[in-house]
Design a protein around this ligand. Structure first.
Ligand code: CP
Length: 327
């Protein structure tokens, strides 16, 4: 795997391989020294043009746990504030010879664009309303860890589908893993043709949500709403909030975070026994370690070369990276 831009680029085998790798990092996380030397001497840049807590923190920690050198840039406070373009910013950071750039941008397609401007591998940490593939991978991992398999499982993705990159990545990933996916929400928040485009069912109310094995609630993305999509948040909550009344005892609850408490989720279910929200955050670290491993140290990665006396020679001939002993 050269880049991680979209779940569309992955197969079920790819997802299973990444999840297996993440599981191996879970064992490393139980050691006293949680760092391994896999990416020692390699540089990873995280470049965030939008707010983030989970994705930015977990990618940074994942890179550090793999012993990479990390440069973390937030647009706010960087030369982006002085008007530097995305292309110039990428060219500047590429001069430090990073092996990977993890990028979050408000613009759909930004990660793919950046992949054409640099030799560094690109990991899409969320691009506008398009995709958030590492979120979907950590969600699949969390469900596999809990359920063993997604084959035939009914997963309802509820809420603001229209503005959600998480919905697009998760629907694709859950379907690839064999789940039967339904998206549900107000008609104003489900794009026309979404069901056909993504191969899922569509519901405009929660009357049948009791049939779901998993309810995946989405954040109302008010920052992406230029107009009013629901009459009021109170009315939205009345129709679509997941609370104790709508959550059955055998159902699991997920949310990518951050949660608008009292809007898409009632406070009691956030911290209740059905909630996988904290597990999702914890697993985000393991899965992002696995993504970095897959891209930078996986067996099908083109080996970096250097010129020695006019000949090109594999740098990795000095020793292929392994999970190995503590760093
Ligand atoms: N789920 C998610 O992407 O969270 P952050 O915005 O905090 O990274």
């Amino acid at each position: 795997m050269r880049n991680l831009l979209s779940i569309e680029d992955l197969t079920r085998d790819d997802i299973e391989r990444i999840c297996e790798r993440a599981a191996s990092f879970a064992a490393v996380g139980k050691r006293e020294i949680k760092k391994v030397p896999t990416l020692r001497g390699r540089t990873i840049v995280t470049l965030f043009y939008e707010s983030s807590t989970r994705t930015s923190a977990s990618f940074e920690l994942a890179a550090k746990r793999l012993s990479a050198d990390v440069i973390s840039i937030k647009a706010q406070g960087s030369s982006v504030d002085k008007g530097e373009s995305l292309k110039d910013t990428v060219a500047t950071l590429t001069a430090y010879d990073p092996e990977a750039i993890v990028i979050r941008s408000p613009a759909a397609g930004a990660a793919k664009l950046v992949a054409g401007w640099t030799d560094a591998a690109i990991i899409n940490a969320g691009d506008g309303k398009h995709e958030h593939p590492s979120q979907a991978l950590l969600d699949v991992y969390t469900l596999l860890d809990r359920l063993g398999s997604l084959d035939g499982k009914k997963i309802w993705v509820v809420g603001d589908i229209a503005h959600s990159r998480v919905a697009r990545s998760c629907v694709r990933a859950f379907s690839l893993m064999g789940a039967e996916v339904t998206v549900a929400g107000p008609p104003t928040l489900i794009p026309r043709g979404f069901g056909e485009a993504f191969g899922c069912e569509v519901a405009y109310d929660l009357d049948q949500v009791g049939s779901a094995d998993v309810i995946y609630a989405l954040r109302m993305q008010r920052e992406r709403m230029a107009e009013s999509f629901v009459p009021t948040m109170r009315e939205y909550a009345a129709g679509y909030q997941i609370g104790p009344r709508r959550l059955g005892s055998r159902q699991l609850l997920m949310h990518p975070g951050p949660v608008n408490r009292g809007i898409e989720l009632a406070p009691e279910v956030i911290d209740g026994p059905a909630s996988l929200i904290t597990a999702q955050v914890r697993n985000g670290l393991l899965v992002r370690m696995a993504v970095l491993y897959e891209i930078l140290a996986g067996s099908d990665r083109p080996r970096p070369v250097r010129s020695v006396g006019g000949r090109l020679e594999s740098v990795e001939s000095e020793g292929a990276p392994t999970i190995g002993e503590p760093a």
